[in-house]
Every structure is written in structure tokens, then in C-alpha cells.
Design a protein around this ligand. Structure first.
Ligand code: DC
Length: 241
């Protein structure tokens, strides 16, 4: 890419250069692989916006539940969307998410909504509705966008793509810790079963399934701290400039 060639001729590549370049960085991977923690840290280091696309699917799931719509009725779900407003208000710690002016930031983090988000995310009308929203937020660059299909579908021409993996036991334990800290304690077995079911659904759906983009750097985070993962990512980003 012309942009990379020009940049590689610069004598030094400082943090400031990276910030000015306003790259699109994508991070995909299964639940519990550490995407959110790492994406937030990486966005901080780069001075970029952190785009949590899972929150958008969670917001749609919240609306489906609120409206009492059966998620297997795709037409009914599709009918809900045009009259729905989802907004994300950026905050350093976590974006505030509202649906139809109601703040749902905390409510969309329950295990129930996680399950429903995975189900509604397989509905083509939902993905089609959220695609331009994500592109509008991220296409100007200067963004670290995290989810399942960012490198393959939302930003196929992203400057740098990552795919995070981790052992199932590590992912289950991480998610369990997060849920417990947020006051949604459930037995570890249940958390493990939930993320296994969600992964199977996310990987096997017909549209935009969870797969690494062919040009993504795959990082196994099982035995790494978040800081170590971010250091590796920064090395990949620096090498690509
Ligand atoms: O990242 P998360 O756990 O908040 O995502 C919740 C669900 O949303 C996930 O199980 C699948 C779906 N999702 C998706 O299909 N595509 C994305 N880019 C992000 C999330």
C-alpha cells in the first residue's frame, strides 16, 4: 500500500506518527480471548477510539427482549430495527450505550443478553443494519475496532488485523471473573458452557462467521498478560508502518 511505503521511508516512527496516521486496527476472536481489555489498552496507547462492536449486537438483543419479540422470528426482529435508535457515548473506561434514549450500559452485560446477542447476530437483517453504523464510526481511521468480523467484513482493508485466541479453560475463567466482579456470579461450569455454545454459534453461522482474516496476526493470549499482548501488537503495528 502506498501509505505504508511512504511511512517506511520515515527516519523514525514515533507514537506521534502512529497517532497522526489514524490507522484502522481490528481485533477479532472468541469470547474471553481478552479482546476488550487489550483493545482498550491499545486504543489508549495509540490515542485512538475504541470501538466495541459487541455492544451494538448486545443493544439489539436488549431491544428484542424488551419488545418481547421471539428471536427465531427473523421478520419480526427485522421490523423492530428501523424504529430503534442505538447510541454509543465514548468514555475512557467504557462507552455508555443507550437504546431509544434509555441507558442500557450495565444491563447489556448479563449472561442472558450475551446468549441472546449471539442468537440475534446470526440474523442477516441485524448484521446488515449494524454494518454501516460500524463503518461510519470507524472508517475515518484512528480506531481500534473489536468483535468477530471486523477484519473479514466490516473493515476488510484495515491497516492492521489481529485475531486473539486462548484455551477454553482460560477463557472460561476470565469471563467468570469478569461476571463475578460485575455482580453476575454463576457457576464456572455454566460460564464455560455458555461461551462454548456462543463460540460454536458465532463460528458456524452462515454470514460473517468468526474466522481469522487471511492477513490477520494470530495471537494466543492464554499465558500472556494484557500488557504483554499489547506489546506484541505494538511491535506488529510498528513493523507495518
Ligand atoms: O464481543 P461480545 O461478547 O460483546 O459480543 C456479543 C455477541 O455479539 C457475540 O457472541 C457475537 C456477536 N458479535 C458479532 O456477531 N459480531 C461482532 N462484530 C461483535 C459481536
Amino acid at each position: 500500500m502506498t501509505k505504508s511505503i511512504i511511512q517506511s521511508q520515515r527516519p523514525e516512527k514515533t507514537e506521534e506518527h502512529r497517532r497522526e496516521q489514524r490507522l484502522i486496527v481490528t481485533i477479532d476472536g472468541p469470547a474471553g480471548a481478552g479482546k476488550s481489555t487489550v483493545a482498550k489498552l491499545l486504543a489508549l496507547r495509540l490515542g485512538y477510539l475504541y470501538l466495541d462492536t459487541g455492544a451494538l449486537y448486545r443493544a439489539v438483543a436488549w431491544k428484542v427482549r424488551q419488545a418481547g419479540v421471539d428471536p427465531s422470528d427473523h421478520e419480526a426482529v427485522a421490523t423492530l430495527l428501523p424504529a430503534t435508535t442505538v447510541t454509543m457515548e465514548y468514555r475512557p473506561e467504557r462507552a455508555r450505550v443507550s437504546v431509544d434514549q434509555q441507558d442500557v450500559t450495565e444491563e447489556i452485560r448479563t449472561p442472558d443478553i450475551s446468549r441472546l446477542a449471539s442468537v440475534v447476530s446470526a440474523i442477516p437483517a441485524v448484521r446488515d443494519w449494524l454494518l454501516p453504523v460500524q463503518r461510519r464510526i470507524g472508517s475515518a481511521g484512528g480506531v481500534v475496532a473489536e468483535g468477530r468480523d471486523l477484519g473479514t467484513r466490516v473493515f476488510p482493508a484495515a491497516d492492521v488485523k489481529f485475531f486473539l485466541e486462548a484455551d477454553m479453560e482460560v477463557r472460561a475463567a476470565r469471563r467468570h471473573r469478569e461476571l463475578t466482579a460485575a455482580g453476575h456470579a454463576a457457576p464456572l461450569n455454566e460460564t464455560r458452557r455458555d461461551i462454548h455454545t456462543r463460540d460454536t454459534q458465532d463460528r458456524s453461522r452462515d454470514i460473517a462467521p468468526l474466522v481469522p482474516a487471511s492477513d490477520a496476526s494470530v495471537v494466543d493470549t492464554s499465558v500472556l498478560t494484557a500488557e504483554q499482548v499489547v506489546d506484541r501488537m505494538m511491535a506488529v503495528i510498528a513493523a507495518k508502518l
